[in-house]
Design a protein around this ligand. Sequence first.
Ligand SMILES: C[S@@+](CC[C@H](N)C(=O)[O-])C[C@H]1O[C@@H](n2cnc3c(N)ncnc32)[C@H](O)[C@@H]1O
Length: 541
Amino acid sequence: MKANKNLIEVALPLDAINKASAREKSIRHGHPSTLHLWWARRPLAAARAIVFAQVVDDPSAHPDLFPTEKKQEKERQRLFRIIEDLVQWENTANETVLQHARDEIWNSWRAACAENVDHPRAKELFDRQRLPAFHDPFAGGGSLPLEAQRLGFESYASDLNPVAVLICKTLIEIPPKFGGKPPVNPAARKDKALIEREWHGAQGLAEDVRYYGRWMRDEAEKRIGDLYPKVEVTAEMAKPRPDLKQYVGEKLTVIAWLWARTVRSPNPAFPNVEVPLASTFMLSTKEGKETYVEPVIQDGDYRFTVKLGKPKDGEGTKNGTKLARGANFKCLMSEAPIEGDYIKAEGKAGRMGARLMATVAEGRRGRVYLSPTPEMEEVAQRAKPEWKPDLVISGSTQYLGIKPYGMERFSQLHTPRQLQALSTFSDLVREARERVKRDAQVGGPTDGGRDLAAGGTGATAYAEAVSACLSLCVSRQANRSSTLNFWDSQGENVQQVFARQALQMTWDFVEGNPFSDSTGNFVGQAEYFSRVLEMAVPATP
Ligand SMILES: C[S@@+](CC[C@H](N)C(=O)[O-])C[C@H]1O[C@@H](n2cnc3c(N)ncnc32)[C@H](O)[C@@H]1O
């Protein structure tokens, strides 16, 4: 087989590729990396440039066309300009720029076919009408096969991990199958503006993921909404908090509950007090919006109260009950040190608990922090999940800092309310699939039950496609529904589990509300997902 020297073997416009790759990190909406978390994703700019430069010949491979070094360099610079355009995020769906690149790929492919015309399997391997397929057996988040597809290759992706496979399916395999099709949901079928508009690429699919995602949210709220009650602001609550006066009598939607893990005080003087392991008492560190929790010790016990403004003891409030780095705390009641080994032993014995430090609600102009109430604590205990993932977490404690504290199973990474919400959403994926199928069948031909694996593109396959997307939305939600989520006091947001590249212990954690309109809600997961689908490759060119 004769193989020409490719551009990548000679030179690349690295500055442009690096710059575009770095810029991609700040793109929040529509970027494939926001579809679902995956590790070590290659920037699309780099993936696109590399695929192109691997299959396009360097001009030195064609001395007949470019006989001198000067001419070769001139041609190389022309190819560099193509790459420089190609790597720009704004050109991701720019058909003119993409076609320009595809033309170069075809030129090099046809040259390869001509040079291998005598190859014994030329007909099969060097078909000038058909580009070779692109395979990535370690595809992960799918950057390389996605970009190969964009450049006109038939792409194949596989991975050992089923999550990565699902990501690749929804990013690469599914969108082109349903390219140009309108949504099937009943609302879209009634809306004149939606009926009349044109649906490009996977926009119709994206609209359905949004619609059925919203349906799942509403349905889940009917089933378990009582576990997420609104909080009524009373005159009593507003007495020490003039900022709450404007809300008296109103019921505010809870965004999140902030909990501190607890262990029994090691001081024998307080044998029955479960003291907090709080790494901070600061709730908001935003300039001008500082809010913190103040523990009030009373009658041999304690309670938390939320205060506005800068705390008098800034350092002490910042550190919560922490004494030093790692698992070193002090007893809130007695200041007695609480060492890591004690916390580990209590955790392993199943005696680690949690105490509500504050409730965050949706206000008219931002977050409203409220002192905890017994009702808010009690409602969390009411959750009774019917199912939990009792799988043992395998792997080394280097990345699983939770294990020494007795958190050995996935089910221990969630509160009962989070488990109930996640299993409710999971059940609803299946129900949504049946709904999509029914809706897609209205007025359409029967598809004989042909699913995606059988190459179907009818109602059955479409329902599978939408439900695959929705299942990843639930997975996104799981990343925001764990006791390993922590509150970002600067951004006032729920931070996902994998904000850190490990399962690290959280001392104070946040439990978000999937039914709110703010950080960590379920509709937001479907929205992020849909925006990526809208940018997916329109159809296999
Ligand atoms: C670094 S990631 C690939 C990232 C990808 N290039 C991207 O841009 O998103 C490596 C992938 O290899 C997968 N992997 C590891 N061992 C594997 C194996 N034996 N077979 C298939 N996939 C494997 C991992 O699950 C992981 O998704």
